[in-house]
Design a binder for this molecule. Structure first.
Ligand code: HEM
Ligand SMILES: [Cu+2]
Length: 565
């Protein structure tokens, strides 16, 4: 392989393989396009659930909801993850990408699959929701689209693994795999398991729609579907936490507090994720109570512990680095003096807090067999997962995108004041969406329902006015979130089209990576204090207290649902 296949990034020193770069660019752009489509549909969904607006009719609502869920949770996220896998292997390891031609086959399969699936949803009346539970039927092309997309993604995973093999053989890096690549490797391993489970359930369902299989058992469908559905969320978590570590290095020159602990926490995800899938079957009749309780109440906590470990070590590494640099006053000078005007940093910080406080705590509550009954199938569920997949994963991916534009595309960002503002607007709107959906859910409002006033139902029911005001507040938050999301898409696409062009060896007008903190600086800090992360420690304590309080409040709430005297 000749060296003309590589270029050195003048801003970061990264040694970039050109064929890999092209693939990363195309996958990232496709991701943003599907986010835009999904975001427009979110507006339709959100405005319909706003009682005073009630925009769409029943059929259009379910079509929009199906399209929204699939375009954002599958297509946006996975196109972006494939780009991250290529980056974390080829770019981070200074290695040529294995089989770039195959990368284009993968990309083509994913695009064809995504378009076919959207066609089935919008043109062939396949509004079966993102979970597509059998025996509710969709057109066969709905399943085929997903299968083609998954085959493409699987090829992407193998290209990642192949690149690791080449890097090892050609010794493009020294010592053990860097933490960022290691995190991506866990995401990739989980992805292979996930896609295998997806194939196991989507193939028979596809054959069923072709008339080759007589029927699909609803209970078995759900069991296997969730081996796929839950694991895919674990890919997202592994991927966005990998990026948190990367951003710690980029923004602060930080190094992990303990590589061993962080690596172990990544490995835990692989070990326990299958078990945790059981939290999606807590009210299913086919599986026993013992099975549900063991898998959710006990084993699942290992995955939670892994996430809490990262939640402590990522800000902890940032704090230690900041203190070593001299921001060592009080508990929070390191945080106050952080680059809050940089959209990459602010997105990741909002992600850490949103994912931990809103997504994590509520997830443990919902995953407890008994407590699950309070909120099962209510709007609480989408409230919870917008905190995890949007505040958590999506905001992290958005933040990284701002950083990648100059590196991958050699373009400066445009309208920088708006770039600074974007994470705050989107973060605020999405915090509102997630809190108000959870609020409405706590009061019993069902999820995926077109009309909370139940106008044409034979048994009338009226929700308390407070539940309806939650929905109105959610509607307002949806508008803010959609404005923030649209800003992201326009700012990124705008930068690619109109941003100031940078030559291959020309530096960006602003520095985009911070020099690593030196051993001497860390040593100096260790001389002054034993505990180098008191601020993070305090935040951790506040987190644990909130967690415990919220958990027990819900037990009390459950106890009140039926009066024993
Ligand atoms: C502007 C941003 C967004 C807004 C305003 C928004 C809003 C909503 C609303 C109101 C619902 C309907 C809840 C219901 O009636 O049951 C919903 C469903 C959903 N959203 Fe979002 N969302 C946004 C972004 C995202 C993103 C980025 C993701 C994934 C990464 C996502 C994943 C989902 C999923 C999976 C569903 C459930 C679909 C189903 O029930 O089948 N959303 N969203
Ligand atoms: Cu799950």
């Amino acid at each position: 392989m000749s060296d003309s296949n590589f270029r050195t990034c003048p801003d970061t020193g990264l040694y970039l393989d050109r064929p890999a770069l092209k693939l990363i660019q195309f996958n990232a752009v496709a991701a943003v396009v599907f986010l835009l489509v999904g975001g427009i549909l979110a507006l339709g969904v959100g405005l319909t659930r706003w009682p005073e607006v009630h925009l769409l009719g029943a059929q259009d609502f379910y079509t929009a909801l199906t399209g929204h869920g699939i375009n954002v949770l599958i297509f946006w996220i996975i196109f972006f993850e494939i780009a991250v896998l290529y980056f974390a292997s080829s770019s981070v390891l200074r290695c040529r990408l294995a089989a770039p031609k195959l990368g284009w086959v993968a990309f083509a399969l994913m695009i064809i699959g995504a378009i076919m699936n959207n066609y089935a949803v919008f043109m062939l009346n396949s509004a079966v929701m993102m979970t597509s539970y059998a025996p509710m039927p969709a057109h066969w092309s709905f399943y085929l689209g997903l299968i083609l997309f998954a085959v493409g993604a699987l090829i992407g995973c193998f290209i990642f693994l192949g690149t690791l093999v080449i890097a090892k053989k050609e010794k493009t890096y020294e010592g053990s795999l860097p933490l960022v690549t290691f995190g991506a490797l866990t995401a990739c391993i989980i992805a292979v398991f996930t896609i295998a489970s997806g194939a196991l359930i989507l193939l028979p369902t596809f054959f069923w729609q072709l008339g080759l299989v007589s029927h699909i058992d609803a209970g078995v469908y759900r069991l296997i579907w969730w081996a796929f559905g839950h694991s895919s969320q674990q890919i997202n978590v592994a991927a966005h936490i990998t990026i948190w570590y990367l951003v710690g290095t980029i923004m602060f020159g930080a190094r992990p507090l303990s590589e061993k602990v962080s690596r172990f926490a990544f490995l835990l995800y692989i070990a326990v994720l299958q078990i945790a899938s059981a939290h999606h079957l807590l009210v299913d009749p086919g599986v026993s109570a013992e099975w549900k309780m063991f898998n959710t109440s006990y084993a699942m906590y290992l995955a939670v512990m892994a996430s809490m470990t990262h939640g402590l070590t990522v800000p902890g590494a940032m704090e230690a680095a900041q203190r070593a640099r001299g921001f060592n006053n009080g508990l929070f000078e390191w945080l106050r003096k952080a680059p809050w005007g940089n959209p990459t940093f602010s997105s990741v910080m909002i992600s850490i807090f949103g994912f931990g406080f809103l997504g994590g705590i509520t997830g443990v509550m919902m995953g407890t067999e008994q407590l699950n009954l309070i909120i099962h199938n209510t709007l609480y569920v989408p409230g919870h997962f917008h905190a995890t997949v949007v505040l958590g994963t999506t905001m992290t991916f958005m933040g990284l995108t701002f950083w990648l534009v100059p590196i991958l595309f050699r373009r400066e960002l445009i309208l920088k004041p708006l770039c600074k503002l974007q994470p705050y607007i989107f973060g605020l709107g999405m915090t509102g969406v997630s809190m108000f959906l959870m609020g409405a859910g706590t009061m019993g409002v069902p999820r995926r329902h077109w009309d909370v006033s139940f106008t044409d139902s034979s048994y009338p029911y009226e929700f308390a006015s407070s539940a309806l005001s939650m929905l109105s507040l959610n509607g307002l938050s949806v508008v803010v979130a959609v404005i923030g999301g649209a800003m992201f898409c326009l700012l990124i696409v705008g930068a690619l089209l109109f941003g100031k062009k940078l030559g291959e060896n020309e530096k960006c007008s602003e520095p985009i990576i911070v020099a690593a903190v030196t051993d001497e600086q860390y040593a100096e800090l260790h001389k002054t204090t034993k505990n180098t992360i008191p601020g993070t420690f305090l935040l951790g304590m506040i987190f644990m207290t909130t967690f415990a309080l919220y958990y027990f409040i819900n037990w009390k709430y459950l106890a009140e649902t039926w009066g024993l005297s």
